[in-house]
Write a protein that binds this ligand. Structure first.
Ligand code: FAD
Length: 395
């Protein structure tokens, strides 16, 4: 297979951008591939960021393939530290912090941005988010200070719970705040969430459900902590570091400014193709956390790999629809091993949960009795493959 024209330009060097380059190179040894990225351009596995602390890993140790090695390995060009500032669709031109770049086939893999909560106080600006290896380096550096012992985590979702477990295993005091009444509110049914809470509490994590952080102020020198966090119930908590894990929103800024269709993410069809009005000579695609494929924005590794494989075939000249099998997500909380395959949104049905002292088996079935999702904690984990095999494909 041979991709015609001047090659493929990819914006972003996260899992999505680099996977498209890898998959395309497998199919076409010659097509020019150029990645333009605001960061250092190396490959790392982002899921490792929320369980690397207890393992003692630094950001440098987590970087798996630095830019130069990746360029050599895949015979690609990576423009690192270059920010794309505008996409011109007419004429196929990217404006960047290092000049303009022509393209015919453009792949947007710009990822997602952490959501920032409106919090008052002179300590609010110091709240950290970890959505990138560079964020992790800053986080590790702060944690290394002897005065940091107590960490507040905003958000008890997947990433907040993983960080809570990891920080606790790393010897920190951990308090987690969430306005929801339970952990992993959008993913776990009630008994499974209660089991997760109990296991993490047994490991020493403290949860505050039904409350959020309203104010973060520097504490007085005599206060014994770096910050004073006031929650929405009016209670005050002495903390030394605040990590926000309240969610990510697809980074659609370039697409919006270019006039591409954007809903939650950049709208694409099943071939990851964006609708481009008046496009004569350009094709634009979106993959990864920034993309909304046939109405689905799935910011996880398995869908991204499926997208990258399909898009590589399309770019190599064989138009290919992405297919999503059931894609369970493992929650990296060693205190409570958990795997979740949530039902597709809008599907009618109910959860049935079987709880024992050792685990929870939760299955979501539709009114016709068919299995549409599951969550397994602790001793129920071994059923993962059997249940996943019974689920219909998502797309
Ligand atoms: C802590 C954490 C743990 C996770 N754990 C899991 C897990 O266990 N399992 C799982 O399935 N998923 C997990 N995920 C989700 C998964 O890691 C992400 O879905 C995936 O890494 C996203 O990859 P991406 O390439 O789409 O985005 P990103 O990794 O965000 O990459 C975006 C790229 O775009 C570049 N960029 C953006 N704007 C511009 C611009 N204007 N100009 C140039 N470059 C630009 C950035 O520099 C970056 O290189 C986790 C996520 C986090 C944050």
């Amino acid at each position: 297979m041979n991709a015609a024209g001047t090659g493929v330009v990819i914006v972003g060097s996260g899992l999505a951008g680099i996977s498209v380059a890898r998959e395309l190179r497998k199919l076409d040894a010659a097509v020019p591939i150029r990645i333009v990225t605001a960061d250092s351009g190396g490959f790392y596995s982002k899921p490792n960021l929320s369980n690397a602390l207890a393992a003692g890993k630094t950001a440098t140790q987590l970087m798996q393939t630095p830019r130069e090695a990746l360029e050599k390995q895949l015979s690609i060009r990576i423009d690192a530290g270059v920010r794309v500032t505008h996409i011109r669709l007419a004429g196929g031109l990217l404006e960047t912090s290092a000049g303009s770049i022509n393209y015919e086939k453009l792949v947007l893999a710009s990822g997602a941005q952490p959501i920032r909560l409106p919090i008052a106080g002179d300590g609010a600006a110091a709240v950290l988010s970890v959505n990138h290896i560079d964020d992790y380096a800053v986080f590790r550096e702060k944690l290394a200070s002897p005065s940091v012992k107590r960490v507040a985590i905003l958000g008890a979702g997947l990433i907040g719970s993983e960080f809570a477990n990891d920080l606790r295993s790393g010897g920190f005091e951990v308090e987690v705040f969430d306005i929801a009444p339970q952990a992993l509110g959008r993913l776990l049914p009630a008994q499974a969430a209660a089991f997760m809470r109990q296991r993490l509490e047994a490991a020493g994590v403290k949860f505050h459900f039904g409350v959020g952080a309203t104010t973060i102020e520097h504490a007085s020198a005599t206060g014994g902590s770096i910050y004073r966090l006031t929650d929405s119930a009016g209670s005050i908590h002495a903390v030394d570091l605040v990590l926000s894990a309240v969610g990510l929103k697809p980074d659609t800024r370039l697409a919006v400014a270019a006039g591409l269709a954007v809903n939650r993410g950049i709208v694409t069809d099943r071939q990851l193709r964006c609708r481009v009005a008046d496009a004569r000579n350009v094709e634009v695609f979106a993959v990864g956390d920034c993309a909304e494929v046939e109405g689905l924005n799935l910011p996880y590794v398995m869908p991204i790999m499926a997208q990258a494989r399909a898009l590589a075939k399309t770019l190599a000249g064989v138009p290919t629809d992405v297919a999503y099998p059931a894609m369970p997500v493992v929650v990296k909380t060693p205190a409570c091993p958990t795997v979740i395959c949530p039902p597709p949104s809008g599907v009618a049905g109910d959860w049935q949960e079987d709880t024992s002292a050792e685990g929870v088996r939760a299955v979501f079935t539709s009114p016709d009795g068919s299995l549409r999702g599951f969550a397994l904690c602790g001793a129920a984990m071994p059923e993962k493959s059997a249940l996943a095999a019974r689920l219909p494909a998502l797309l």
